[in-house]
Design a protein around this ligand. Structure first.
Ligand code: PRP
Length: 177
């Protein structure tokens, strides 16, 4: 198999795993004495969600949703294409994303989920590309801030490839253009 078209590694596998353990400890402390439902957004967040869940020490449930987007001319216009399997009413819920860019997806999902009467609703993301933010979205737990470059690995793809890399890397410029 050919090598991934990587310009440079941003975070090594060891750095990613160490930071996830730190954030899992923060989450475990925050939800001490409570059960927690993690909600992953297909497909990108599943690698982060499972790694995070392995290190959270409070009882964890998991559910998944998928979104679809309406065309390139309307960024952030999304709808839920695959809904959660179970109700979140009365539960402590943590929405788990691989990346927050414009913030439009996360805000839409937080708004949609908040109408279902969870006991609490928070947001956790592996990556935060603040420079691309169009609207403010409250991030409660975050692993890494990243520069304004196309990144792959640990769930993030380029044409559906490279999600399974253990590290997070910047794609070569001539690949993503
Ligand atoms: C990514 C990511 C978030 C969204 C963030 O999903 O998983 O859901 O984009 O972008 P925003 O802050 O600008 O709204 P993507 O569409 O790449 O799907 P994927 O997870 O299947 O790769």
């Amino acid at each position: 198999m050919s090598e991934p078209p990587i310009e440079r590694v941003l975070f090594t596998e060891e750095q990613v795993q160490a930071r996830i353990r730190e954030v899992a400890a923060e989450i475990s402390a925050h939800y001490q004495g409570r059960d927690l439902k993690l909600i992953g957004v297909l497909k990108g967040s599943i690698f982060f969600l499972t790694a995070l869940a392995r290190h959270i020490t409070v009882p964890v449930k998991i559910d998944l949703l998928a979104i679809s987007r309406f065309g390139k001319g309307a960024p952030g216009v999304v709808r839920i294409a695959k809904d959660l399997d179970e109700s979140i009413e009365g539960e402590d819920v943590l929405l788990v994303e691989d990346i927050v860019d414009t913030g439009l997806t996360s805000r839409y999902l937080l708004q949609a989920l908040s109408t279902r009467q969870p006991k609490s609703l928070s947001l956790c993301t592996l990556l935060d590309r603040t420079i691309r933010r169009l609207i403010q979205v409250p991030i409660d737990f975050r692993c890494f801030e990243i520069p304004d470059r196309y990144v792959v690995g640990f769930g993030l793809d380029y044409k559906q490839l490279y999600r399974n890399l253990g590290y997070i890397a910047v794609l070569k410029r001539d690949t993503s253009n």
